[in-house]
Write a protein that binds this ligand. Structure first.
Ligand code: ZN
Length: 134
């Protein structure tokens, strides 16, 4: 049972990501490997455009810990991205809990971090397609 109806919020319609932002995710994931990279996603008009690195966001060798208390009141932040050091972007139980609790779109990047090495999920943990745009 969702806390509220996500589909009624305009932020629920995020279906694109800038190629540049996707490249940044993969570069950051590569350089953090074998630890996990984690950041928040910023979107405008349905397009994920920016990574937001927050003080206190931890990347470690277990699943990434997002410190929600560090999150500013910022309605352009639409979700999270983190990397897996393995070759799967299947969400863990902790990931699914995070997805349900916060945000509209969540990306998991996986090894070896090519530009197609990721999966995007909605708040219910269902796979969503992101169109890559310039
Ligand atoms: Zn994970």
């Amino acid at each position: 049972m969702p806390l509220f109806d996500f589909s009624k919020d305009p932020r629920a319609r995020i279906d694109r990501i800038r190629r540049k932002t996707l490249r940044m995710i993969m570069e950051a994931s590569k350089s953090t490997y074998p630890e996990e990279f984690a950041a928040f996603l910023r979107a405008e008009e349905g397009v994920i455009r920016e990574l937001v690195l927050l003080p206190g966001t931890v990347s470690g060798d277990s699943h990434a810990i997002f410190k929600m208390s560090m999150l500013p009141v910022d309605f352009t932040i639409v979700g999270t991205v983190h990397s897996h050091p393995s070759d799967t972007s299947l969400p863990s139980d902790a990931d699914l809990q995070l997805f349900r609790g916060y945000g509209w779109v969540h990306m998991i990047a996986h090894y070896p971090y090519d530009t197609d090495c990721y999966t995007a999920y909605n708040g219910r943990g269902e796979i969503i397609e992101l169109e890559v745009v310039d």
